[in-house]
Design a binder for this molecule. Sequence first.
Ligand code: ZN
Length: 499
Amino acid sequence: MAALLVGVATAGALAAAADPGETATARYFASIRDQPSLLLAFLAEMPKGGDLHNHLTGAVYAESYLRWAAEDNLCLATATMTIVAATCDAADGRPPVADVLRNATLFSQAIDAMSMRHWNRTLNGHDHFFAAFDKFGPPSDKTGDMLAEVAARAAAERVSYLELMLSPNGTAARQRGRTAGWDPDLGRLRERLLADGFQDVVAEARRRIDVAEARQRDLLRCGEKVDAAACGVSIRYIAQAGRAGVPEQVFAQLLAGFEIGMQDPRFVGVNLVQPEDDPTAVRDFSLHMAMLDFLHGKYPGVRIALHAGELVEGLVPPEALRFHIRASLRTGHARRIGHAGGVMYEDDALGLLREMAANRVLVEVALSSNDLILGIKGARHPLSMFLKYGVPVALVTDDAGVARSTMTLEFRKAVEEHALDYRTLKRMVRNSLEYSFADESMKRRLRSGLEEAFKVFERRTGRGLVTRALGTGDSGTKDQRRPTTNDQRPTTKDQRPNK
Ligand SMILES: [Zn+2]
């Protein structure tokens, strides 16, 4: 008994010993949260763990696509601001992109068309957002260059892990689906696809990632004497299938994703992409869930994350708002939900929140994306409900290039619009690794790297910046009576989410 008490006391002492850095940092954070400049500096330096919801194509900034297009002698179709491979002819509305880079007005118009920069918020952001992806043209196949860009950006903003969504050989998979045709007997359809050289699609997808990763390493000069920080960013992939296609194509793409996931440890899951409100996506929603249910039975080791509840009132008829998240969990076997901005429209929404909490289903919260595409922001965003009901959450970028955002800016949004405190942010950062689909050994490594990074960050922030911000030589005595578990500024309109 005595030995047990000693053990408990030692553990308690260790916890207390580990705490001062966090406490001082939380206090410093509370003191600067209303000062935008200091808040930005703080968040830029804060370790952020992983970005679990990141579409590689949408993560790249339009400037890069234009630069690569110029290098490859491509043209810009100015009527739609789309990069095209053609014979360039300025008089016919297709100037070389190299000339666009020298024309400040046209360059600026192209960036605005290819992203949400300068977007007029009274107009339809949803369509403009999704239309951007069609404008990137051939440069969006430069997967290696794209990987190098996102890895470098991640390292610069203290993100150590990326789970990137892409379709490495999507065109071929869709083509196989079209050739096979539709068969409502999914077992038979799978057999038909697999019997017809489907492994070639999988092998080619894996080969393309090999090539892309080699290019990425070359560009970042990984393995050379001065190894870029970006080389240390761990990357895993989620195979995506477009949900707006005809059923046989959706199924073939999903099948490719599950097959790749079985064969290649770099591919850790599958997801359905394209607008959830697309008429075909709405019509076939339950069919897609049945496909996932079937494929999950065949490939139980491949994890599933799903976009669900990326919806808002008026975007679709009320009936479509009532069940997508619940069905994605129960039938689609999703371990993580992307967005869930429309969670409160679901039948028995509070019951659903409890179910997500009980099953430890994480919500990937994309604040900029939800604001720009759906107009959901501030108190209308259900983030506070997730926190209140104990649903695990992590902040994600979704499409940082299109949204003109970064992980740091997503954190700022969470603080400014949702009044999150330091410890809540830190918990979300830890979630971003805990709920990643990385294998256990990678997770262990990332976890210990993160805790080490937090220690360094909190030591520096707690000791140095606190002193300066409070204008006192003693960072530990000021405001000592404030509860350390509640490092919020005192506020009259308390929109702070409960924990
Ligand atoms: Zn997404």
